[in-house]
Ligand binder design. Structure first.
Ligand SMILES: [Fe+2]
Length: 392
């Protein structure tokens, strides 16, 4: 395992859920785990699609089997608006629930994370936007991802939309880490190929960004490099044969490791520059990140040739006998190949983005400049423009 961490006096923090269960069919343990946490009445926080897909029934059965009362809030929307989260929290408080279970992709998990805390802290989610503003730890929290991507079950952040100003806001708190994460690959079998591709690439971006970030830590490096190798190996098959359990299992684990990695090490310019594609073109989070990944990597190479060469190797490239720059460049080639394998174009024009919109993209990218700080290469406005331009 290639780690490059030599700074013994720099603080490293490792974050993960208190307990993580991983196995095919392990959702059946949800009731047992909820009872261990002292629960009697559980609110499942999810979206309508998962009710339709029958996944909520699986969770309800597991909880009911242990004699727990179960309620369902299925109104979570993508990039969850504050009003929806507040509505869910009101339901939790009024219903006498004592455990919050998030089921779904990043939006449902993020919502459940804050709802469990709003149960014991008054007011709106907007009152806690910022770093460590939640005064009290919430009710027990259980998270069950149904996509292999966000790694939200392993992080201390949640993202919401403040509709009043149409912008993304973030709550950071250790209280957002769950008591139990349940990773059951059977719950991801019905994810359609395009979502498998988008979410899997999001997990890859988490791992690559945190591995090369100047804020990386030994924990982040070790977990991220392993996750990169697993994603390169298993994402094509999870995409091509969604009903196949082994690639789904490995992708769920890799996304979880990537989540722990970036929780410990931070992200970078890919997430910064991708954000505007979500707000302006309503592109899925993972897809917008995937499109920009090879272009940002190409720009970043000189910031850490050794690490990019390690990424190339982890993704299966042979770097023997190559110069440091050639070896590093192969990481970008490996990403292009992976994107091709999951039918994702790295060109913005293929997603209806016009070259005339370049100034709007640059403005949106620069608004997320806080994410440039951990990036391995500095970015000016001209650099940002050049990266977007290379994606046309
Ligand atoms: Fe992401």
């Amino acid at each position: 395992m290639k780690t490059t961490f030599y700074e013994t006096d720099k603080l490293s923090t490792f974050l993960a859920s208190k307990k993580t269960l991983l196995a095919k069919g392990v959702i059946s343990q949800a009731g047992v785990e909820a009872k261990k946490l002292g629960a009697r009445k559980v609110l499942v926080v999810t979206d309508a699609g998962l009710v339709k897909a029958g996944l909520v029934d699986k969770v309800r059965d597991a909880l009911s089997a242990e004699g727990l009362e179960v309620g369902v809030f299925d109104g979570i929307l993508p990039e969850p608006p504050a009003r929806v989260i507040d509505q869910c929290a009101d339901e939790f408080r009024a219903g006498g629930y004592d455990l919050c279970l998030g089921l779904g992709g990043g939006s449902s998990l993020d919502s459940a994370k804050i709802v469990s805390n709003l149960a014991v802290n008054p007011g709106s989610v907007l009152d806690y936007v910022g770093i460590d503003l939640l005064p009290k730890k919430g009710t027990p929290l259980m998270l069950v991802p149904t996509t292999a991507g966000t790694g939200s079950e392993a992080t201390r952040v949640m993202v919401l939309t403040d509709e009043a100003v149409n912008t993304k806001k973030v709550v950071f708190s250790d209280f957002l880490l769950p008591d139990v994460a349940i990773l059951d690959p059977e719950l991801t079998l019905s994810v359609p190929p395009s979502v498998t591709a988008d979410t899997g690439m999001d997990a890859l971006v988490h791992a690559i960004e945190t591995y090369v970030a100047v804020s990386s830590t030994p924990y982040a490096e070790i977990l991220a490099l392993q996750a990169i190798a697993m994603i390169a190996k298993h994402l094509p098959q999870a995409y091509a044969k969604g009903s196949s359990l082994l690639p789904r299992y490995n992708m769920l684990l890799a996304a979880n490791l990537s989540g722990s990695a970036f929780a410990s090490g931070g992200l970078g310019a890919v997430h910064g520059l991708a954000y505007v594609l979500g707000t302006e073109y309503h592109m899925a989070h993972g897809r917008s990140n995937a499109i920009l990944l090879p272009h940002v990597m190409n720009y970043n190479l000189s910031g850490n040739l050794e690490k990019f060469a390690n990424i190339a190797e982890a993704m299966g490239e042979d770097i023997t006998g190559l110069s440091p720059y050639e070896a590093a460049s192969l990481s970008v080639e490996a990403v292009y190949s992976l994107m091709e394998a999951v039918s994702l174009s790295p060109q913005l024009t293929d997603y209806g983005v016009s070259r005339d919109d370049l100034p709007k993209l640059v403005q949106g990218g620069m608004a997320q400049a806080r994410l440039f700080i951990p990036n391995p290469r500095d970015l000016t406005e001209a650099d940002v423009e050049q990266i977007y331009a290379s994606a046309f």
